[in-house]
Design a protein around this ligand. Structure first.
Ligand SMILES: [Mn+2]
Length: 271
């Protein structure tokens, strides 16, 4: 469908949109639904909260259809038309972490960001893989305290940096946890705790993250935990209205007419 085609429905305009885990470059990516979503949603600021392009797959089964191209074009077009686009890379597009602090095509690449809502709340924007080691060893770290926590965080970054330089894939906690289904619920809980804890540590009121492909909007000990979900399975995004109100949008609920494409195996999609 042409980009300029008049939509039969009015586009919704938001103050900010937060999207993560598109996994462009893999068959699992629901690019058509995403494209459809982007046609009907605009914002002053768009946050790309990591795992937008699945870089590790570049080496193996790279899948890049016209729809994947269109998604990128659409994003760049929104940037050209004046939207501020902020990209906080994740583990699958970790190669972009080498470009933190730079701009390309109107897109700012940053490690993490702070978004201030219309009603003055500060939200930490971060993909979330930075906490994989912390989550895996949550119990031990709780016993050992702050020093061990910070060390584990650095270790996570260091180990994966080294693995990347050596050409090994990122060690994915999410994929690991999904293999151990019994631990999945515990794992999600520990992830949410770790991320909301980090928001508190940096003095934010909440956190917007992705990584575990599990959309959520809830209060955790006074911190607003917001997970944007993904575009492999759930097709979700977070939006901020002009008054600061936050809304989790499940696009599949609106796009029922669209026949779901063949979805990649969730375990392979590896958050
Ligand atoms: Mn991830």
């Amino acid at each position: 469908m042409a980009d300029d085609m008049t939509p039969t429905q009015e586009a919704r305009h938001f103050r900010a949109l937060f999207l993560s885990d598109m996994h462009l470059g893999t068959r699992g990516c629901q690019a058509e639904l995403l494209l459809d979503f982007m046609r009907f949603h605009d914002a002053e600021t768009i946050y790309l909260v990591g795992d937008i392009v699945d870089g590790w797959r570049l080496k193996r089964a790279w899948y890049w259809s016209q729809a994947h191209n269109d998604v990128v074009q659409k994003l760049l077009r929104k940037a050209r038309k004046g939207a501020r686009v902020v990209y906080t890379p994740g583990n699958h597009d970790e190669f972009l972490r080498d470009y933190v602090g730079t701009h390309f095509g109107g897109v700012e690449v940053v490690d993490t960001a702070i978004h201030e809502t219309a009603d003055g709340r500060r939200l930490l924007i971060i993909h979330g893989d930075q906490f994989d080691v912390v989550v895996r060893h949550a119990k031990w770290l709780a016993l050992l305290g702050d020093w061990a926590y910070v060390t584990a965080l650095n270790l996570n970054t260091g180990v994966n940096w080294a693995r990347r330089k050596l050409g090994f894939p990122y060690w994915s906690l999410s994929a690991w946890a999904k293999l151990k289904v019994k631990n999945a619920v515990n794992f999600i809980g520990a992830f949410e705790q770790a991320l909301s804890g980090e928001a508190r540590r940096v003095g934010a009121h909440g956190v917007v993250c992705g990584h575990i492909h599990h959309a959520a909007m809830r209060d955790i000990d006074g911190i607003q935990y917001l997970n944007t979900g993904d575009w492999v399975e759930s097709c979700t995004a977070l939006a901020e209205h002009h008054d600061g109100r936050l809304e989790l949008i499940r696009w599949t609920a609106f796009a029922e007419a669209a026949t779901p494409a063949v979805v990649g195996h969730p375990a392979q999609a590896a958050a």
